[in-house]
Write a protein that binds this ligand. Structure first.
Ligand code: NIG
Ligand code: FE
Length: 402
């Protein structure tokens, strides 16, 4: 009998329903039948089919069960940190000003270029453990702090090693994360190098490691036209676009994502109404990153409600990175979704599970309906709303015994 178990003694179970965009099932006194690491049946204990009667039980200890969080936008691997720069921001220097002085992403680039693959793997593994103990069971993670071929290749090699060690990751190549200093402001030449040399070479050296590619389309970084060329090169290599779009200014990044059939457009604080409609029509997932808005001290929260009204399946993510959101905590993002993006608890939760997984085109994550991966969390609370309500309370989920 292949690994069959029934999870019993739950206060309840809450899960999005993959068949209905924003519907959440809240099942009191639930049980969950699992087979081969996947959900086979869920419902109330009294309705459990007789075929499961003699299958071994797992005691849920009276907890609430939910699917694990999926984080669809992180910059997991980088060298150093930017706490010094953060203090300068507290003294009034802007994020853009720091970047103009050669700090910001470039400061992390220098630390990352100095790191070995082993250094990167060790840092990555300790960050992944921190995500995991807070309930994140799958992450998207980007390269992007190398800004040259060899350092980007070391980042890709480190992700390959983390995947080999069993971490559940989707890798995105982002060598166009900023202008590399070697190009002295020549964005055209930089974009050409990424499209014609770096992306093909990264895929040649590390086949099968990355599923996605990304470009920071932003005023003063890469233009929409340059982004379009880099993404075209990525698509020829089998990489699906995700776009850093409309983060600090409107540039038409959301519209570009729709035109490309991207899996996601991310950030979007300055997204236009036309961009929202285009994303809904092209089934591009807007991935909103409210931790970044908070950490950058901005007031322009992404227009999540208007995106939902336009028909988008909005997702939320941490944007974990050393400059604009050094946060590994999904509950902080869940709370910001409710408190600043004006999502209901159910919407915020769905954005961090089902739609986060959808933005990675993974239908078996982010829900506990039959066929879903049994990657579930057990929460020792009377009601799941407490996870948001007790602001700052550091809840940690329990996991099923393996
Ligand atoms: O997602 N927008 C570009 N990249 C990051 C910031 C990176 C950094 O400051 O180190 C972001 O916000
Ligand atoms: Fe980012």
């Amino acid at each position: 009998m292949p690994d069959r178990r029934v999870l019993v003694n739950l206060r309840g179970l809450l899960t999005p329903d993959p068949a209905r965009a924003w519907a959440v099932d809240r099942i009191p006194d639930a049980v969950l039948a699992m087979e081969g690491g996947r959900v086979a049946w869920l419902g109330r204990a009294v309705d459990l089919p007789a075929a499961w009667a003699d299958v071994p039980r797992v005691d849920g200890g009276g907890a609430w069960a939910t699917p694990g969080f999926v984080d669809p936008h992180t910059h997991l691997l980088f060298g150093g940190n930017r706490s010094g720069e953060f203090n300068r921001r507290l003294h009034g220097v802007s994020y853009q000003q720091l970047a103009a002085e050669g700090g910001g992403i470039r400061e992390t680039m220098r630390a990352t270029r100095g790191a070995t693959v082993d250094d990167l793997v060790a840092a990555g593994e300790s960050r992944l453990r921190a995500f995991r103990e807070r309930g994140v069971v799958h992450l998207e993670c980007k390269t992007g702090y190398g800004l040259e071929l060899e350092a980007e290749a070391r980042l890709t090699a480190a992700y390959a090693e983390l995947k080999r060690r069993g971490w559940s990751l989707d890798v995105t190549l982002l060598p166009a994360h900023d202008l590399a200093p070697e190009f002295k402001g020549d964005a055209e030449a930089n974009a050409r190098a990424v499209a014609e040399d770096w992306l093909p070479e990264l895929v040649r050296r590390h086949p099968g490691v990355a599923r996605f590619c990304d470009v920071f389309v932003e005023t003063g970084v890469f233009s929409v036209a340059q982004g379009r060329r880099i993404f075209a090169a990525g698509k020829r290599l089998g990489l699906v676009p995700r776009v850093h779009a409309d983060e600090l200014t409107w540039t038409g990044g959301a519209e570009l994502a729709a035109e490309l059939g991207a899996a996601s457009a991310d950030h979007l604080m300055f997204c236009s109404d036309a961009g929202m409609k285009a994303m809904a029509a092209a089934e591009v997932t807007p991935v909103l990153l409210p931790g970044t808005t908070l950490f950058l001290g901005m007031r322009d929260w992404a227009p999540a409600r208007r995106m939902i009204e336009a028909g988008c399946r909005v997702a939320l993510a941490t944007d974990f990175n050393p400059g604009s959101c050094p946060c590994v905590d999904p509950l902080s993002i869940l709370r910001l979704g409710c408190l600043q993006l004006r999502l209901t608890f159910e919407e915020s939760f769905t954005a961090m599970t089902l739609h986060a997984a959808g933005s990675l085109r993974r239908g078996d994550l982010g829900h506990l309906h039959p066929g879903g991966r049994a990657e579930l969390l057990l929460w020792d609370v009377d009601d799941l709303l407490e996870l948001v309500y007790w602001v700052g309370e550091p809840y940690r989920p329990r996991f099923l015994p393996t």
